[in-house]
Write a protein that binds this ligand. Structure first.
Ligand SMILES: [Zn+2]
Length: 313
């Protein structure tokens, strides 16, 4: 007799707590990041010349996830292709950027040894460890091993966003290394983050204040906003909100030509090839689709750009 009203009350309470959501982390936000606002015209004028950066993309771990999280299976293209939910093989990458004058940088962090060996000791909550299904994760190269192979110290980490699979290398990153994120990435409130904020806080514990890219509107309106990171046209941070509020892609002018790191604006190669945004893992699907289409338009204008999606080769 009492069960139904009690259940309704519990449900209402849970909704009242969850709906306003919470930020991805309460880690401190510091001064704005390095670099200067740029334009798509400036960036595009440089894309036919090789740049000075050496880029190495390293598969830190093999993993898998539900296709329904990685691709919007309700999109017309996915329905037409007959895609059904299944376990999809993915990888967790760290990208090493070596700039001849500015030093060594990472885009995202890979997976630290301790996150593989004892994720709860590394700071991940019991719930997060359960939901990540660690049994399907196979560490290939820990963040510490990646850093050990660098020709010198690490000068900074450019984050595509703050989801835990992108900051799981933090336990191996020295505490004095600057961390850069997109606008509102750490402050935007989203309901699921009620369950992940504690883990993100613990992974970032002891690290410097996060520095936000100072994106300004792209004068040509082709992209949301761009930062010329080293003020020499070698690396551009590109605002691609949607997957998360502050999702950021990076265009790296390497010695072998331009490379676009999309971050999780597209997790999968299929999603990129068919212009379909991610599924349940994305916070704001419409915005994500818009950002994905902006990146696709850039690459259709400059097919010499090599595209590396978030979690597949
Ligand atoms: Zn991811």
């Amino acid at each position: 007799m009492q069960t139904k009203p009690f259940f309704m009350l519990a449900l209402c309470l849970a909704l009242a707590i969850l709906l306003p959501g919470c930020s991805s982390t309460s880690h401190r936000l510091g001064s704005k990041a390095i670099g200067i606002p740029s334009s798509s015209a400036t960036m595009e004028s440089l894309l036919m010349q090789p740049g000075p950066v050496e880029l190495e993309s390293i598969n830190s771990a093999d993993w898998s996830g539900p296709l329904s999280g990685l691709v919007n299976l309700s999109s017309p293209a996915a329905i037409e292709a007959g895609l059904r939910n299944r376990e999809e093989p993915i990888q967790v990458y760290a990208h090493v950027l070596k700039h001849p004058r500015r030093g060594n940088f990472l885009v995202d962090t890979g997976i630290a040894q301790i996150v593989n060996d004892d994720p709860q000791k590394a700071g991940l909550s019991w719930l997060l460890v359960k939901s990540m299904r660690k049994e399907s994760l196979v560490l290939r190269k820990s963040t510490a091993a990646i850093l050990k192979d660098l020709p010198g110290k690490l000068s900074g980490v450019f984050l595509t966003h703050l989801h835990f699979d992108h900051i799981s290398g933090m336990p191996d990153i020295p505490d004095d290394v600057p961390l850069y994120v997109g606008r509102s990435e750490s402050t935007d409130k989203y309901w699921l983050q009620v369950f992940t904020q504690g883990s993100a806080n613990r992974l970032l514990h002891g690290k410097p204040q996060l520095q936000e890219w100072d994106f300004q509107p792209d004068p040509q309106g082709r992209l949301e906003g761009l930062i010329d990171v080293f003020e020499d046209g070698s690396v551009f941070a590109i605002s691609v909100p949607g997957h998360t509020a502050g999702s950021t892609a990076y265009l790296v002018r390497t010695t072998k030509g331009p490379v676009l790191l999309t971050g999780d604006t597209s997790h999968t190669r299929w999603g990129w090839d068919h212009s379909v945004e991610p599924g349940a893992f994305t916070h704001y699907q419409g915005r994500n689709r818009q950002s994905l289409l902006q990146l696709k338009n850039l690459v259709s204008r400059y097919p010499n750009i090599t595209v590396l999606v978030g979690h597949q080769p």
